[in-house]
Design a protein around this ligand. Structure first.
Ligand code: PXG
Ligand code: PLP
Length: 445
């Protein structure tokens, strides 16, 4: 390992060129937070400080860091075949991976289309939905429905159906023909719920309002996160997702689940669709697919959607869409190593085993300074704080900085702290993580 130069004294010199994503660049470069190494539940800084990973990197390193099967798979693949063109050509691991993914996916999800990120998966699913209706001769179904506070990545389709104002307001008119149903967050009725909240299934009926406004014959699809992550860990009220499914069925609208965060064991089942017993028509994944090791995303489709495309002359392309790096060999190898690791260690259901302990630990924060809600499901937690008047987001960001200094990596969004640790977490890690968060809440009143 190379020795780290003094990044603080050299800040202007060495940090200038990199324009960082979703980061307060000027603040960061004055006091950079660097990571140099990772293994299991931990990161290490260049100075050798050990940091407990409370967020699985960025909701993606579900099996923990530097897992041997994944490392070896990537190393071997890089030496064997670095790249294979995905258009008109194939390589065995791409097919093997799709077959293995279908085995763990919700029943009915029978085709896999590869991308390189969650954002690309979202665009792919939205295009599939519109093209599916057109392929069936129902070309007036072009409208896409998202949900307020939804996060579906950062490309134009995704921010259009997304509902986070900061991600939308700078970017002009976005995609035409998009509307949104209401979000489900309701502190007045549901604060400090353990698991899914009791109240709010009727919010799914908001889709009926949009059907009445636009007519079902113009609506292609609805996209939601089964549990919304980036917007602050918002859980679906009891019965909500089934109700959404029923309304979609009644009106011939496709239901897309964005499982970029909920996929691959986060809730204690392989996918949220299985956890809630509701199967979508299209399912979007990324992140945990390769344990965060090589960029990769995918869209799962049911047979019916796939078959609607398979109608023209056989020598013609059926779906004019794809990426240079779709089914990249390194990503396929990494994903296979990841699925092996998940299977060998039972990680896709381990979240369910650890959830009760995690839930109790999180809810011990009720009563800590400024905590106005605690939310949890599987191995995801949200701790919502009362904002400092006139400084939204600052209270949670101060807690983030405090945790970083005390040796834990957490994530904040607005004034909510999100915890989403690797699924290999043990009870003592949960105690340590929640203890550090409790300390931060006391220290930053
Ligand atoms: N859909 C959902 C539901 C996501 O959570 C994406 C799409 C986009 O994936 P890519 O791979 O293009 O980033 C995501 C990504 C946060 C945070 O702080 C969450 C995400 C990305 C960045 C930050 O909560 N989720
Ligand atoms: N821009 C140009 C000029 C290209 O040639 C390509 C791909 O061939 C792209 C963008 C898209 O790149 P990717 O397939 O990696 O998404």
């Amino acid at each position: 390992m190379t020795k780290n130069p003094d990044l603080r004294t050299n800040a202007a010199l060495s940090l200038d060129a990199y324009w960082m994503p979703f980061t307060a660049n000027r603040q960061f470069k004055q006091a950079p937070r660097m990571l140099a190494r990772a293994e299991g539940m931990h990161y290490w800084t260049p100075e050798g400080r050990k940091i407990l990973d409370g967020i699985a990197g960025l909701w993606c390193v579900n099996a923990g860091h530097a897992r041997p099967r994944i490392v070896q798979a990537i190393q071997q693949q890089a030496a064997e075949m670095d790249f294979a063109p995905p258009f008109n050509m194939g390589h065995p691991k791409a097919f093997e991976l799709a077959r293995r993914l279908i085995e763990i996916a919700p029943a009915g999800m029978s085709k896999v289309f590869y991308t390189n990120s969650g954002s690309e998966s979202v665009e792919t699913a939205l295009k599939m939905a519109i093209a599916y209706h057109r392929a069936r001769g129902d070309g007036s179904r072009t409208r896409l429905i998202g949900r307020e506070r939804g996060y579906h990545g950062v490309n134009f389709g995704g921010i259009s159906v997304g509902g986070i104002v900061a991600n939308r307001k700078m970017f002009g008119t976005l995609l035409a023909g998009v509307d949104h149903i209401r979000h489900t967050h309701d502190l007045a009725r549901n604060a400090f719920s353990r698991g899914v909240p009791e109240y709010g299934a009727e919010l799914a009926d908001d889709l009926e309002r949009l059907v009445a406004l636009h007519d079902a014959s113009t609506i292609a699809a609805v996209i939601v996160e089964p549990v919304a992550g980036s917007t602050g860990v918002l859980l679906p009220p009891k019965g909500y997702l089934q109700r959404l499914r029923d309304i979609c069925d009644r009106h011939g609208i496709l239901l897309i689940f964005d499982e970029v965060i909920t996929g691959f064991g986060r809730l204690g089942s392989p996918f949220a669709g299985q956890h809630f017993g509701v199967t979508p028509d299209l399912m979007v994944v990324a992140k945990g697919l390769t344990n965060g090791s090589v960029p990769m995303g995918a869209v799962f489709a049911n047979q019916h959607i796939h078959d609607a495309f398979m109608s023209g002359p056989e020598h013609l392309i059926e779906f004019f869409h794809g990426y240079t790096y779709s089914a990249h060999p390194l990503a396929c190898a990494a994903a296979l190593g990841t699925l092996d690791t998940y299977a060998e260690e039972g990680l896709l259901t381990r979240g369910a085993t650890m959830a009760p302990y995690f839930e109790d630990a999180l809810h011990s924060l009720k009563g800590a300074p400024n905590v106005i809600d605690v939310r949890n499901i599987g191995l995801v937690g949200g701790i919502e704080l009362d904002p400092i008047p006139g400084q939204p987001g600052k209270r949670a960001f101060d807690a983030f900085l405090h945790c970083w200094e005390r040796g834990a990596l957490i994530r904040t969004t607005g004034d909510t702290i999100a915890l989403s640790p690797p699924l290999i977490i043990e009870k003592e890690h949960i105690d340590e993580l929640v203890g550090i968060v409790a300390g931060a809440l006391k220290a930053t009143p």
